[in-house]
Design a protein around this ligand. Structure first.
Ligand SMILES: Nc1nc2c(ncn2[C@@H]2O[C@H](COP(=O)(O)OP(=O)(O)OP(=O)(O)O)[C@@H](O)[C@H]2O)c(=O)[nH]1
Ligand SMILES: [Mg+2]
Length: 474
């Protein structure tokens, strides 16, 4: 019901970010888009948008109380803004509906006034992501492409942007459709065997069918193998800097961020609250967390500081343990090492510009096989090596930017796992007493799982949830 009603409406939204900018865009989509533009816009040559050729931009004015037959010279007091208006008619538009884009000056008042004029003419304010949702519902893109639009908007690194643009081109969709077609063919053949048992296959025929299912599963699993990389590229890695007071955690944070974000001082206990910032190291997004070094609280604030540090350390993907190379290992260091030894740890021995007194053998005895690097946050020495080690650690040695298909969306990963599981079950049945009904059922479930990724088969509540993450105007 909702879907039909909403597709009937002509929607409007400010498509650019709110705030002052050189240019702002108001976008209309729907059957009335051009008609509404006719009521607002007058071109320099006194032409109406309805007369414009497709994909042409026209210079003119947005005018309040536009009267039929009036010339722009008579409407000087009614001008809202000088604009460029573009008409893109269905089906060759973003939404596959008639789309009008009004590029005006990027001031909040100009944009809002034009928006309200369009609303007064009968348009409805678009919901978040509704333009892209219409593109999906009208069959221009599949759901993975629609989600790629959101990924592009929210992309934190160039690498992830590249992954998302591949997805927007439909590469993931094409691969899933090919697997789906293979599975559907197998399914149809199995259904035929169920309906005409006299046509049951001989051993070789059964083996061929099994191989086809196994090949489909292999392709799904290949996609799933990229999921870890995909999630890292999308969400980033949480790195927590920990170490006793004064080892140089905040100094290192500032060096990695390339800006003086945290206060650095030789007073132990300078950092009390955890400080979180995002950074990009070799194209991978990282969330860097600087923690308070104190271990024994002297007051309530320090108690809270310790609690927050502990929570951060526990939720870290990677802990960078900082030690002071100019001193022997202290009891505080040992306490910390004990706490983090079961986590993913990388040891950075700081202050390596000073005489080296730390006992490396002692560290390696407790933190076996954990990488150890010497750095000086003060002199920015060993930082490139540390960054390299961090990236290698999370990327399992593969530092090259990923090529090919990468699955990064949690929803896709979940459904692909379901698909792989169903195929696993189907293959298992092949090796036991064969039940064509069971194999058919599992093959159908695998197809359904693929269909929920591409949106061929998805319930509307979930669809609403996906598009609610978009901004208005996209
Ligand atoms: N010589 C030398 N001094 C350093 C180095 N890194 C940091 N320092 C100094 O060590 C002192 C403490 O640095 P911070 O970065 O504030 O240390 P922290 O670990 O954040 O300390 P807390 O916030 O108190 O836990 C400052 O005086 C820094 O200038 C280094 O590589 N070499
Ligand atoms: Mg600090």
């Amino acid at each position: 019901m909702y879907q039909l009603k909403s597709l009937e409406d002509t929607i409007v939204a400010i498509a650019t970010a709110v705030g002052s900018g050189g240019i702002g865009i108001v976008r209309l989509s729907g059957r009335q888009a051009v008609g509404i533009a006719d009521q607002l816009f007058i071109s320099r040559k006194n032409k109406k948008p309805a007369e414009f050729a497709n994909y042409t931009a026209h210079y003119g004015w947005i005018v309040k109380n536009l009267r039929a037959g009036a010339d722009i010279s008579e409407l000087q007091e009614e001008i809202v803004d000088e604009v460029l208006l573009t008409v893109m008619r269905a089906p060759k538009s973003y939404t596959r509906e008639d789309v009008v884009e009004i590029s005006c000056h990027g001031g909040v008042v100009a944009l809002r006034t034009i928006l309200h004029l369009a609303l007064d003419c009968g348009a409805r304010l678009a919901e978040p992501g509704e333009f892209t949702k219409r593109a999906f519902l009208n069959g221009r893109i599949d759901l993975t492409q629609a989600e790629a639009v959101l990924d592009i908007i929210q992309s934190k690194t160039e690498t992830f942007l590249r992954v998302s643009t591949h997805q927007l081109k439909g590469e993931l969709f094409c691969e899933l459709e090919l697997i789906r077609e293979d599975l559907l063919n197998v399914y149809t053949e199995i259904e035929a065997i169920i309906n005409f048992p006299e046509d049951d296959l001989d051993t070789r025929g059964r083996e061929v069918l099994r191989e086809r299912l196994a090949a489909a599963k292999k392709r799904v699993d290949q996609l799933l193998h990229t999921a870890d990389q995909g999630k890292i590229l999308k969400d980033g890695i949480k790195i927590v800097l920990c170490g006793k007071p004064n080892v140089g955690k905040s100094s290192l944070l500032n060096v990695l961020l390339r800006q003086p974000r945290a206060i650095v001082s030789d007073i132990a206990g300078t950092t009390r609250d955890t400080i979180e910032e995002t950074a990009q190291i070799r194209g991978i997004p990282f969330q860097l967390v600087d923690t308070a070094g104190i271990l024994e609280p002297r007051d309530l604030i320090e108690e809270e500081a310790i609690k927050r540090s502990r929570l951060s350390i526990n939720s870290a993907d990677l802990v960078v343990l900082l030690l002071d190379g100019s001193h022997k290992i202290s009891q505080e260091d040992e306490q910390l090492i004990e706490r983090i030894r079961h986590q993913n740890v990388l040891v950075a021995v700081n202050k390596s510009d000073l005489p080296y007194k730390i006992e490396e053998d002692k560290i390696q005895k407790i933190l076996k096989h954990k990488p150890l690097l010497k750095i000086s946050a003060l002199h920015k020495a060993g930082i490139a090596e540390l960054e390299q080690a961090i990236v290698e650690h999370v990327w399992h040695g593969k530092i090259e930017a990923p090529t090919g298909l990468i699955v990064s969306n949690v929803r896709h990963i979940h459904s692909l796992k379901e698909c792989s599981k169903s195929l696993d079950k189907a293959l298992e049945i092949f090796s036991e007493e064969i039940s064509w009904e069971f194999i058919s059922e599992e093959t159908k479930s695998a197809v359904n799982a693929l269909d929920s990724v591409t949106g061929r088969n998805i319930d509307h509540d979930l669809l609403d949830k996906i598009f609610a993450q978009f901004c208005i105007g996209k």
